[in-house]
Structure formats: structure tokens, C-alpha cells
Design a binder for this molecule. Structure first.
Ligand SMILES: Nc1ncnc2c1ncn2[C@@H]1O[C@H](COP(=O)(O)OP(=O)(O)OP(=O)(O)O)[C@@H](O)[C@H]1O
Ligand SMILES: [Mg+2]
Length: 291
């Protein structure tokens, strides 16, 4: 028994020693892993930040350079006579660049207002079909220049809903412009609107473009997030259209879902509640609270 207890004491102290060695090793390993992941996070944040700054300064600088460059040419008109055609051409370029700049700035203001919960909607009875038809017709030229077949179908039984017509136009414009921007030539973009059984509306914008993976969808929905950011980007933009559209749909009490397959295409499904549904009432409250 005495031997037994001595043996036990010995094995206990050995066990304690092992335990403390093991826990030291575990702690050291954990510290290493934490250090490593903190470093990766810092590196990633730095990369995202510099990509963001590079992209945003490109988005702001390009139109500003156009404005400065062509207005300078116009001011030199007395030294270097310009043809009427050139004057109109330069003024148009300046106008387009300024318009683009204004829309980027408006998007930045919109997302910061949305994020601070200060966005207001001006809701009234709206005809979704009419708003969609307006958005589609503004994209006709762009679609035919890009050789994309832009198709449009509205269910005849679509009912009016309550919403802010300006914001609904902004939502459809942002999503249709993405569909056209990320679909190569000879592709298709289908826009349809149908009525739900509860009297709401479902608008679907489906393209046959480049598509996204699940992870890329997550990036795309984040403000300023762009798939394939950085230098290899093949399309312009600030990365705000999609998150703004989603937030505006949600302010209407609706939902925006993205379904996509890499290389096959993307489908954006926008559900808007019926005029007198509970969520429409909830969104009214949001509007009257000035949220
Ligand atoms: N239909 C689509 N097909 C493939 N990728 C898409 C599609 N829509 C969005 N994306 C991806 O999601 C990203 C974010 O879209 P979002 O509309 O927010 O920004 P953007 O179009 O790049 O710029 P902005 O809309 O601010 O001019 C896009 O850069 C693109 O990588
Ligand atoms: Mg966009």
C-alpha cells in the first residue's frame, strides 16, 4: 500500500508535469495561431483598403480629368479655333463626366445615409410595370451597343404597390446596369415582373453573364465590394449599386435575393410587398419616422 501511494504520488507528479508541458505547448500554439491570423487580417484589411482607395480615386479622378482637360481646350478657343462640332463634342464629354461624378458622389452619400439609418422614402401608389418600362427604355441603346438581347415581360395582372417611384427606379437601374455590365456580347438579359398570390410583385432580372460564386456574392453585397477588385478589373464602378439596391428594397419592406453560377449567369429576385400588407405597413412606419 505504501509502495502504491508512493507510486501514485510519482505518477501524479509526472502527470502534472505532462499536463503543464502540454498546456504550455497548447498555449504557445494558440498564441502562434492568433498572431498569424491577426497578421493575415491586418494584411487583408490593408489590401482591401488600398484596393478601395485605388479604385475610388480612379472613379473620381477619371471624370475630373476629363472635365479639366476638355474645359481647358474650350478656354483656349481664341488661340486655337475649334470647329462647332468639336465644341459640342467637348462640352458633351464634360457633361457626361460631370454627370458620372455626381452619380458616384450621390451613391457615396446614399450609402452613408442608409448606414446611419437616416434614409427617407416618399411612398405613394406606384405602377411597377411603368417604372420598369422606363428603366428598360433608358438601357435600350446601351444594350444594343453591347450586342445584348434585353427582353422584358410584365404579367398583365400586376397590381399597384406602395413605394417611392424614384427609389424603385434607382433599384431597377442599378440591377439592370449590372446585368448589362457583366454580360458579354451575344448574351441575354431578361426582366420580368409578376404578381404574387398576396398581391405583391416579384421582379426578376436574369442575365447570361459572367456569374459569381457564393463567396463572390457576399463580396458583391458589401458596400464598395467588387469581385475581382484591383488592377485586373474590367469594368468601372464604385461597388455601391448592389448594396444600395438591396437596402432600398428592404426599406420598402421587400427582399432582394441573388442566385448565381460562375460562368453561367446571375438572377436577381426582388420581392415587393402588396400595397396593404403587414410589411408595407412596417415600411410606412419607417418612412414616417424618417428612418
Ligand atoms: N449581374 C452580375 N453578374 C456578375 N457580377 C456581378 C453582377 N452584379 C454585380 N456583380 C459583381 O458585384 C460587384 C458589385 O456590384 P455593384 O453594383 O455594387 O458595384 P459596381 O457595378 O462595380 O459599381 P457601381 O454599381 O457602384 O457603379 C460588381 O463589381 C461585380 O463584380
Ligand atoms: Mg453596379
Amino acid at each position: 500500500m505504501i509502495f502504491g501511494s508512493v507510486g501514485n504520488a510519482k505518477s501524479n507528479s509526472l502527470m502534472n508535469e505532462y499536463a503543464s508541458l502540454l498546456s504550455d505547448a497548447v498555449l504557445r500554439h494558440r498564441a502562434r495561431v492568433a498572431e498569424q491570423s491577426a497578421r493575415i487580417e491586418v494584411e487583408l484589411a490593408g489590401k482591401v483598403k488600398s484596393e478601395f482607395i485605388a479604385n475610388m480615386s480612379h472613379e473620381l479622378r477619371t471624370p475630373l480629368n476629363t472635365v479639366i482637360g476638355f474645359s481647358k481646350l474650350l478656354t483656349q478657343h481664341s488661340q486655337r479655333r475649334l470647329a462647332d462640332k468639336e465644341i459640342v463634342e467637348y462640352a458633351t464629354l464634360i457633361q457626361d463626366a460631370a454627370g458620372h461624378l455626381l452619380s458616384v458622389i450621390n451613391d457615396i452619400l446614399d450609402i452613408s445615409k442608409i448606414q446611419s439609418g437616416k434614409y427617407t422614402l416618399d411612398a405613394r401608389e406606384v405602377n411597377i410595370g411603368e417604372i420598369l418600362a422606363g428603366s428598360i427604355s433608358s438601357f435600350r441603346t446601351m444594350a444594343s451597343e453591347a450586342q445584348i438581347d434585353l427582353r422584358f415581360g410584365i404579367a398583365p395582372d400586376l397590381r399597384p404597390i406602395r413605394g417611392d417611384p424614384e427609389k424603385l427606379r434607382q433599384i431597377f437601374t442599378n440591377i439592370i446596369s449590372n446585368a448589362l455590365k457583366f454580360t458579354p456580347a451575344n448574351g441575354t438579359v431578361d426582366v420580368t415582373a409578376r404578381r404574387t398570390t398576396s398581391g405583391g410583385a416579384v421582379v426578376t432580372i436574369r442575365d447570361s453573364g459572367v456569374g459569381m460564386t457564393e463567396e463572390e456574392i457576399e463580396i458583391a453585397l458589401t458596400p464598395f465590394g467588387q469581385v475581382d477588385g484591383g488592377r485586373s478589373r474590367w469594368r468601372e464602378g464604385a461597388g455601391l449599386g448592389l448594396p444600395i439596391a438591396k437596402a432600398l428594397v428592404e426599406l420598402h419592406g421587400g427582399t432582394l435575393e441573388l442566385h448565381s453560377n460562375k460562368g453561367t449567369g446571375t438572377e436577381v429576385v426582388i420581392g415587393l410587398p402588396a400595397r396593404d400588407s403587414v410589411s408595407a405597413v412596417a415600411s410606412e412606419k419607417l418612412i414616417s419616422n424618417g428612418a
